[in-house]
Write a protein that binds this ligand. Sequence first.
Ligand SMILES: Nc1nc2c(ncn2[C@@H]2O[C@@H]3COP(=O)(O)O[C@H]4[C@@H](O)[C@H](n5cnc6c(=O)[nH]c(N)nc65)O[C@@H]4COP(=O)(O)O[C@H]3[C@H]2O)c(=O)[nH]1
Length: 570
Amino acid sequence: MRPFHRAPTRKTLPMQGRGWRSRRPLTRFDDLFQDHPQPMWIYDLTSLRFLRVNAAACRHYGYTQAEFLRMTMHDIRPPAAEGQGTLRPAEPSAVRTHIRRDGLPISVRISSHALIYEGRRARLVFALDVTEQMTAEQELKRQSTHDALTGLPNRNLFQDRLEQAIAYAVRYGHQLWVVVLDLDNFKLINDTLGHASGDTLLQTVAARLRAALRESETVARLGGDEFILLLLDQPAGSLSHRTVQAVLEAVSAPMRVDAHELALTCSMGVATYPRDGDSGPALFKHADIALYRAKDGGRNQLQFYTSEMNARVTERTLIEGHLRNALVRQEFVLYFQPRIDCVSGRVVGLEALLRWRQPELGLVPPDRFIGVAEETGRIVEIGEWVLYEACRQVKAWQDAGLPRVPVAVNVSARQFRQSGFVQEVNGALLASGLEPAYLELELTESLMMQNVEGVVAAMCELKESGVRLSIDDFGTGYSSLSYLRRFPLDYLKIDRSFVRDMLHDAPGGAIVRSMITLGHSLGCRIIAEGVETPDQLGYLAREGCDEIQGFLCSRPVPVEMAQVLLTAGG
Ligand SMILES: Nc1nc2c(ncn2[C@@H]2O[C@@H]3COP(=O)(O)O[C@H]4[C@@H](O)[C@H](n5cnc6c(=O)[nH]c(N)nc65)O[C@@H]4COP(=O)(O)O[C@H]3[C@H]2O)c(=O)[nH]1
């Protein structure tokens, strides 16, 4: 083997530093070079030709010594990595991409030293293959910025991109749009079809959303069924109908998951830069508020943020704060509204309706706080109080010799799904001494349509203990007939929106008539809610409705008044 340098001098062979100062035979260096486990080579700085290559380099790159010596550095470096065709010596410890003989790119950490080799200006190169390490680092980086299930950017990366987009928009006076998107009823699908199907569905939606947007725009997954979009440069300076349509179609186009054909809908909240905020967090927050409003307004819709929405959120936060101590401070009271038999005109039942006397807010109607209590889960303890208090009050009236009529209590979905709800009901009956037949539980149609099997089982258990059951707001929850037959119901309450409209046109009247017929065929007594006029009462009585409830007879009243009504009309 040729020695490295026929007449080595300190000046011309820089690498002969420490080890070679003793001028030991150069063959020792040859051996070291040749047998070194790390790929090494020397190349000519002018022609870039390989002048020497060690065995490790041959093994690693897949060329023979002879082949290598016919090649230049250009042959192992991809053109893209060489910039404008110039091949600069690597900086100390630079990571470069090299191509092996089999075409595989590898990442190598290069260190190189200038030297004179056989009279030519050359470089001695050490190459350490760091492909695995780089792949692992890239994967780690990807994981910290991307969502594992869908491969979309995650919240962190979205925030980065949003900040960049805002900086750009500030500079060029552009607008941009942040859209938070939530799939409607995803939880229901996930619970019904299983998590694997839920995952497939999320992946499909993610891919479709990505395809619906331009390359420069971002769609990220925030978690669960929530996605966020960053839309740029819309034509005419407003969010284009085409973009919205494309997003909607991405979600709503039918998809097959396992054997099921699904059609989804989504709710979206939009915040616009600069109108709704000039920072990432502000746009995020306001798009979220708008989304909340879209869901609150019945889902399957898009809402733009407005400053009034903020007022609602402030009110909600206020309610939530006060609600925390309401039970302990004994701020709740029950009002009662009588139900009247259409034939006898007598009071045949009472509905317990919750009222909240909040020292700062005054008398807060349930519509303002039940929703918040549902969301925060506080409805469970509030509902329990209502149940105990209603049973206690009715039993007290019975003990005082007043007419014995049942009391109806509203049950929220969250309360009903709480494990131990049946025991809670039995506990309230036991504690008050009220016979089960005098307690009615009002369940909403939407509650009953979720997890039908579980609901039917719990209802049967309640029925066995003697409690009566009714379906509230009937007609508003799209329940199918086949389901209705399975619920052990005693009463069906026609929602007041139907009663309001029934005398306005023929279809309105026909709907109520068919509800009465349907309810009777299921073996239920029919109660019409929201009866306000004698004409409405007349129509309902003629159509065979059993009981009415509404302002015509009485508004919901406090305990003392309810006692008077009961005494007079029972
Ligand atoms: N326009 C009109 N309205 C009439 C008429 N007659 C009765 N109403 C109102 O209709 C609502 C009937 O109760 P709901 O449908 O169960 O609707 C209830 C129920 O869903 C919920 N709620 C009330 N108390 C409770 C409770 O203790 N627990 C739960 N979970 N929800 C409750 O809040 C809702 C609203 O309760 P309220 O404000 O007391 O409103 C009551 C009542 O005041 C009428 O002729 N015309």
